[in-house]
Design a protein around this ligand. Structure first.
Ligand SMILES: Nc1nc2c(c(=O)[nH]1)N[C@H]1C(S)=C(S)[C@@H](COP(=O)(O)OP(=O)(O)OC[C@H]3O[C@@H](n4cnc5c(=O)[nH]c(N)nc54)[C@H](O)[C@@H]3O)O[C@H]1N2
Ligand SMILES: Nc1nc2c(c(=O)[nH]1)N[C@H]1C(S)=C(S)[C@@H](COP(=O)(O)OP(=O)(O)OC[C@H]3O[C@@H](n4cnc5c(=O)[nH]c(N)nc54)[C@H](O)[C@@H]3O)O[C@H]1N2
Ligand code: SF4
Ligand SMILES: [Mo]
Length: 735
């Protein structure tokens, strides 16, 4: 008997573009995956990774059963056995050394999984450790900090309103390949093309002539780490040439004069050498920005993963504000998400703002930011003996052995732990160090609702997708696993009925809304549980929710094929602000204080070679190299180098080079590229799959090398704790 063909709508969880996909299935087989034309937000766009969800679902190496390490070897175990092992091993550590002795690490895929995102905080609360780490301090923490200081909340981050914009300056981002980050913008390519077709202009600032730069009107090959000089020069020009037009925002701004004074010294003429862009060009860009009717400045990971990451992130929005383009249609605007956005909750217009440094890391004294410590402090917290030493780790959807600077040191440190639990779908470079691995579901067995990305989208929308396939018998969803672990840490019965555990958790949430609201909401939410109940609650209490027929509920979103469009971005200031002053803080004191270090950096000599990273369309950080569709084709972990530099070093296309830093040495294959500036080389991260114990057969064929073996874990942006991942000094010679 042959099964009938079925089509399913599914939101892709693999990157921030959040595309809607159409899957055709027959029985338990995926027949095809295409972009969903009816998706109100992504409108049929898809990339090769979306298609590879079939490979991920079918991957024989993807874990489907818990593993327990016994005498150094992993053996399959039942869920009860595995959870029992966690209880048996973790409790003695906590009892003897306290909760701070258990660290948590949560990684990138969690940002795409409501199960993990909404149930991890419960676990963290139950554990009560100060040692909380995440991929945020390898990525966007500088932007979160600058946004928090300026607008009062960590996720009040403006994004370019690209469909109405006519002048766009992009720094340190390659959305043509990454598909956008802190800017949910499926089909950037199509939108950029449309923008240029209507007379718009795109300028890209990147040490490499990236795919995005190649498709722009102008590419400026900045010196790695030069952004702070460039941005300061542009701010300085706006002030000195009388181009500041704050317009409508004028009455909502604090600190304009402080900012003017603080930036008065950073003239384009003085800054030019630091960024490698001449003063005439810097002045021209500032004038173009000021003159454009609808313009936006957007900076991303290349601007964050630097010593001055927070200053860069701040200055990008300072430019948007001074030129009158923040919160204006066609400029840099704030999305209004239907659910979970803190900047739609509480009293509009002012709030508590943010604070940092409520505690510090034990060894380096790095300040806490957004409830976390820098992930580059994890290894030393494990290695350094004394009260508060980390002795156990709960690692959730993270592969820090490949994703954090000095990964090999962290790998050695993990071996010294008393106990390690991984929630992961692979036995990989990090989870091989665990004592217990608890797998999540295939993305096709999971429901999907984005928590973070509608807060960063180029257009407002609300979408949901249910599971395509039923989950295998007996395998829990990840929120269920987290709920059991939370119960375990709370000292209650983790074997108890899950519905009761979940009901108890949500009842506590509801009580915070007051007894009357709690009673009526719990009636409306009856019949739902897990993440679905949290989504419906967030929608009903969100900015499009309410008590009338038209108001948004989960049921309405489910019923709308391809989701619900909530329209173009609208001005949100002052309503969005949550600063104590009720104004935009243009000159936060901690940021002005950091300006004093800029001059010293200006006089640093450029190294012979600076190493920068890159991303590939057929790769996703460290864990998608085991999927046949993405793995086929040429080797991707190559060192891009300018032909003239290569000739000088005696390197040819395809030859092997030795690449070394103050930390280590790697042997890599060279690829000549005219896109590279002289003195800058590029290697992607997330590779190096040839470590013992890794169970990823296809990834092992072309394992690549671990870029992070060369990067120093002591280099951070001191304000945000973010790691420095770009512009690192290296030496190169023929191997
Ligand atoms: N040098 C350098 N280093 C970098 C970067 C760089 O540009 N240069 N980029 C940084 C950035 S931006 C980021 S975000 C980090 C990412 O680094 P990490 O946060 O470590 O994330 P990934 O490398 O994506 O690894 C994700 C892990 O989650 C597992 N996983 C996948 N899906 C699921 C699931 O559904 N459930 C569970 N439980 N596990 C799952 C994968 O098997 C893998 O082990 O890397 C950072 N590291
Ligand atoms: N295909 C694919 N897509 C991805 C990912 C992936 O691994 N593969 N990872 C996802 C993740 S976790 C993230 S955070 C996003 C990141 O998304 P993006 O921020 O778009 O990141 P990248 O594509 O790495 O682009 C960063 C650019 O910064 C440039 N750069 C390096 N150093 C400097 C510098 O000093 N100054 C300036 N101005 N530029 C510099 C690099 O050359 C690069 O072109 O991508 C996401 N999407
Ligand atoms: S662009 Fe991102 S969300 Fe869209 S299909 Fe590709 S991986 Fe999935
Ligand atoms: Mo990231």
């Amino acid at each position: 008997m042959s099964d009938t063909l079925k089509t399913h709508y599914r939101i892709c969880p693999l990157c921030e573009a959040c595309c809607g996909l159409d899957l055709q299935t027959q029985g338990d087989k995926v027949i095809s995956i295409r972009g969903a034309q009816q998706d109100v937000f992504s409108r049929g766009f898809i990339c090769p990774k979306g298609v590879s969800l079939k490979d991920l679902h079918e991957d024989p190496d993807r874990l489907r059963q818990p593993l327990i390490k016994r005498d150094g070897r992993f053996v399959e175990a039942s869920w009860d056995e595995a959870l029992g092992e966690v209880a048996k091993r973790l409790f003695p550590v906590i009892e003897q050394y306290g909760s701070d002795s258990v660290a948590t690490v949560i990684g990138n895929p969690a940002a795409h999984k409501i199960s993990l995102l909404s149930y991890f905080p419960r676990l963290a609360r139950a554990l009560g450790t100060r040692n909380v780490f995440s991929a945020s301090t390898l990525d966007q923490m500088p932007k979160q900090l600058s946004s928090g200081l300026m607008f009062g909340h960590w996720l009040s981050i403006p994004v370019p309103d690209i469909e109405r914009c006519d002048w766009l300056l992009i720094l340190g981002a390659n959305p043509m390949v990454s598909n956008g980050s802190l800017w949910t913008v499926p089909d950037y390519r199509g939108k950029a093309k449309a923008m240029r077709a209507r007379g718009g202009r795109i300028v890209v600032v990147d040490p490499r002539r990236s795919e995005t730069a190649a498709a722009a009107d102008e590419h400026l090959a900045i010196r790695p780490n030069g952004d702070v000089f460039m941005l300061l020069a542009m701010v300085n020009t706006l002030f000195s040439e009388g181009l500041v037009r704050t317009g409508r925002l004028g009455e909502h701004i604090n600190g304009l004069e402080e900012l003017r004074a603080a930036t008065a010294n950073f003239t384009p003429e003085r800054m030019a050498s630091g960024c490698g862009i001449d003063a005439i060009t810097l002045r021209r860009l500032a004038r173009e920005l000021a003159a454009a009717k609808c313009a936006a400045v957007y900076g991303r990971i290349g601007t964050c993963t630097q010593r001055f990451g927070t200053l860069n992130s701040w200055l990008v929005d300072v430019l948007n504000i001074l030129s009158g383009h923040l919160d204006a249609p066609g400029g840099a605007m704030f999305p209004k998400a239907a659910a979970f956005a803190a900047n739609t909750q509480g009293k509009p217009g002012s709030g508590r703002g943010i604070s940092t440094g409520r505690r510090s890391s034990r060894v380096s004294g790095a300040p806490e930011v957004f409830g976390e410590l820098p992930i580059t402090c994890l290894a030393e917290e494990i290695e350094t003996a004394g009260a508060g030493q980390v002795r156990a780790l709960i690692c959730i959807a993270a592969n820090p052995v490949l994703s954090t600077p000095n990964g090999p040191r962290l790998a050695r440190a993990l071996e010294g732990l008393g106990f390690m639990l991984s929630l992961d779908i692979y036995l990989n470079e990090t989870s091989r160090h665990a004592d217990v691995i608890l797998p999540g579901l295939s993305p096709l067995e999971d429901l999907h609702f984005d928590v973070a990305f509608p807060q960063l989208s180029f257009r407002n929308h609300a979408r949901f997708s249910g599971p395509v396939f039923a989950k295998p018998n007996g395998q829990p969803e990840e929120w269920e696993t987290l709920l059991r672990l939370t119960a375990m840490l709370e000292g209650s019965d983790w074997r108890a009925d899950l519905i009761e555990l979940d009901d108890a958790a949500i009842a506590a949430d509801l009580q915070r809304l007051g007894p009357a609201t709690a009673a009526s909401l719990s009636q409306q939410l009856a019949g739902l549980r897990g993440p679905e109940r949290l989504i419906d609650l967030a929608l009903r209490t969100g900015p499009y929710g309410g008590a009338t027929e038209q108001d948004l509920t989960l049921a309405k979103i489910k019923a709308a094929d391809g989701g619900i469009d909530l329209g173009p971005l609208q001005p949100r200031i002052p309503e969005l602000l949550r600063t104590p002053s009720g104004r935009i803080e243009l000159a936060p004191p901690s940021l002005l204080a950091d300006l004093q270090y800029v001059d010293a950096a200006l006089s640093l000599p450029a190294p012979e070679f600076s190493l920068i990273g890159r991303r590939d369309l057929r790769s996703g950080n460290s864990w998608m190299h085991n999927l046949p569709l993405l793995a086929k084709g040429p080797e991707r972990c190559t060192l891009l180098i300018n032909p003239q530099d290569a000739a000088r070093l005696g390197l040819r296309d395809g030859s092997q080079a030795k690449l070394s830093s103050d930390l280590g040495e790697l042997q890599v294959r060279v690829a000549l590229s005219l896109d590279m500036s002289a003195g800058v080389v590029s290697l992607p991260h997330g590779w190096g799959h040839d470590l013992p114990g890794v169970r990823m057969a296809i990834a092992g064929i072309k394992p690549g090398v671990n870029l992070n073996a060369l990067l120093n874990d002591s280099l951070r942006d001191p304000l945000s704790g973010n790691a420095v991942l770009s512009g690192v000094a290296v030496k190169i010679c023929a191997a």
